[in-house]
Structures are given as structure tokens and as C-alpha cells.
Design a protein around this ligand. Sequence first.
Ligand SMILES: C[S@@+](CC[C@H](N)C(=O)[O-])C[C@H]1O[C@@H](n2cnc3c(N)ncnc32)[C@H](O)[C@@H]1O
Length: 388
Amino acid sequence: MGGQLQHPMLIKRTHDEEARQNYAMAIRSHLAGKIAPANSAVYSKVVEPAFVKKNGRKPKDRFEVRAAMTENPSYQIYSLMQRHTQELGFDSVIDSVERQLPELISAAKSVDGKVGGSLTLDPSLKIPAYHTAYDIHLQPGGYHSEFTADDVAEGAIYDRGVHIYSMGSLGPEMEMFGRSLIAYYKQLVPNANPKRILDMGCTVGHSTLAWKRAFPDAEVYAIDVAAPVLRYAHARAEGMGIAVHFSQQNAEATNFPDGFFDVVCSHIIMHETSTRAAPRIFGETRRILAAGGTMLHMDNPRLGELSPIDAFLAEWEVTNNNENFGGYYRAADLAQLGRDAGWPTDEVAFDSVPLETPPRLRNYNIRMPLFPCLTGRKGVSVVKLAAE
Ligand SMILES: C[S@@+](CC[C@H](N)C(=O)[O-])C[C@H]1O[C@@H](n2cnc3c(N)ncnc32)[C@H](O)[C@@H]1O
């Protein structure tokens, strides 16, 4: 398990808090390494044979696998423990955040802007229903909830909570998605020299800062609908000496002028949106891209390309972890969604981004080195990428 960079906004932990957080991470690792492999064995040795005996054929898709596996006591215990560790991870962080919240808020408020970044909030922004209807991946209050003035708690909880969730596999700054997408972009557009880059759904800027590091002369912008994570992101970036312009905006309809950006990207946000929002975001991306500009919306692994049992296991997040839209998005024809949103057929394609350091796919013991990406070039044909 890799360690997390101790930047100025990251919560400090007392001895007991650190021990509890380490326990949450260790039990997740134990589940991933020692218990999760049993799911596939239980399936192939017990559940699938029983299904074949009853139906005269193997389960044809992840839905039939789910109906059979969720009846199995061994899987039930695994799933219960997995859900428990998800809740425990956040619980263990919330204690530290509550203890330090006044200092975190005052640290965020005292950012002096010397680094050159900025923060623009819009208290009138309507938070989309796909955030308010439930707590995405069980983070209490989701990304957007505010319980006190100038609240940064959800940002602080997310920053430490995701380190525990990912068992340290995303890098010391949890920058691995950003680094991987940048490497892909550099291959797609050799000698790229983008002047303006936008990261949509930046949360606390884990991926955003990697873009500014990779293209230090570019102006980097980042948006999110949630104020608490943006306040935290701004203070985190300034504390790390990296200038980013954060603003509270809905990616479905931003206030940026037409043709403003050379790159518009996102990292693992689309599966947390909705059937109506996703095409709007793809359309808005095209509007704010300059001619020749590049769209890169990278998200969690596809379900359709996996075997029925692996797809069922990978879909645990959808059915048990409030990533409700993920089941649809991760099986959808992304290039078609792009075309539906107004991208010309030859300018948009489904492609895959190799991860720099492929982690095991969460706790399911599935190696998943490729993350799907809806790729577009405004006015430039990318049909050769289409791998559907
Ligand atoms: C899983 S997090 C993304 C993580 C982040 N991109 C990274 O690489 O670390 C999803 C984020 O997308 C934001 N989000 C979801 N829908 C959005 C929308 N329509 N407009 C802007 N932000 C959105 C959420 O508020 C949340 O902060």
C-alpha cells in the first residue's frame, strides 16, 4: 500500500485515528487479496454448476449471474464485508475531519492567491438530482453537502477517503488517472501544446494538478458542481504551489465562451451522472472546444467486454455502492452517445486508456489495465480509433 502525500490541507491524524484508517485500508486489502478470489471459485465450482443443472445452460449475462450469486452465502458474506469497509473507510476519516474542521476552513479561507490560481463559487447553482437523490459511493452527504459556512468537510473526507478506498493504488497525490490520460493524449496528439485545458468534475483536483504539471505553460481550469470540494481543491492546489482556476459549474452547461479550450477532459465522472446529463456534457464539450481541440472523457472499465462473472463482480459498485448510473453508462455505446450529442461521426470514437500502474480492479481481483475513453477531435477525423 503506497503512502499519501501530506500536503497542507490533508487532515492530520492522531495515533488512534491513523490506526483506525490503516485498519480500514488493511481490511480492504485483505478482502481484495484473500477473500475476493473465492468469489470466482465459488461461482465456477458451486453456483454455475447448480445453474447449469437447473437450466441446461450457463448464465448468459451478468444479470443471470447476479440472480444466482446473490443467493450464495459465501458471496453474501463477502459483499456484506465489502459494504462495511466502504462505510468504515469514510467513518474513520470523518472523526479526523470533524476534529479539525475549524482549522481546515480557516486554512482554506486564508489562501492568498500568490500561486496564481483562483476560486469562483456560484451559490445559485442548482445541484443535479443525480447528486442529491442519494449519497454517491456512500460518502455521507456526497460531494456537495454543506453543514456550516465555508464548509470544506466533503473535500477533506474525499481526499483521505479515496486513498483508503483505493488502498493507496492511485499514487501519492491520487494522480494516476490524470497521468494515464495525459500519456494517452500525448500519443493521440504528438507535440501537443495546449493553451487552455478544462477538467470537468475535478472534485479535489487529484487529476487536474497532473495536467498543470504536464503542461506548465497552459492555463488549467477545473469545474465541479460541489462547493465544499472546490474550496478544498483550491486550497490544496495553492498549498502545493500549482495554479489552477477552479469554478463551480455544471458540465452540462458552462459559462465558458465557444471554442475556449484546446483540451476538455474528465476522469471517472460520467458514470456518476445520468442518461440526460451525459449527452449534454458531450455536446457542451464540443461547444467550448477550439477547432482541432480534443475531448477526453475517461471512465471506469466497461462491463460488456468482461465475462458474465467478472462483469457481475465489477458491477458491485453499481448495485451496492450507489454508483447507480454506472450500470447503464459502462455498458452503453459511447461513440453513439457522442454522435447523439452532435459530434460528427468521424470526429468521435470509443477508445481505451492504458493505466500507468494498473491497480487490481477495486476489490474484485480482476486486472483491468484499460479504462474506456470517449475521444473526440473537433474538426479532425478520429474514426481510426473506433474499436467498437
Ligand atoms: C468520482 S469524482 C471525479 C474524480 C476526479 N475527476 C479525479 O480524477 O480525481 C466525480 C466528480 O464529478 C462531479 N460532477 C458530477 N457531475 C457533474 C456535473 N454535471 N458537472 C460538474 N461536476 C460534476 C462530482 O461533484 C464529483 O466531484
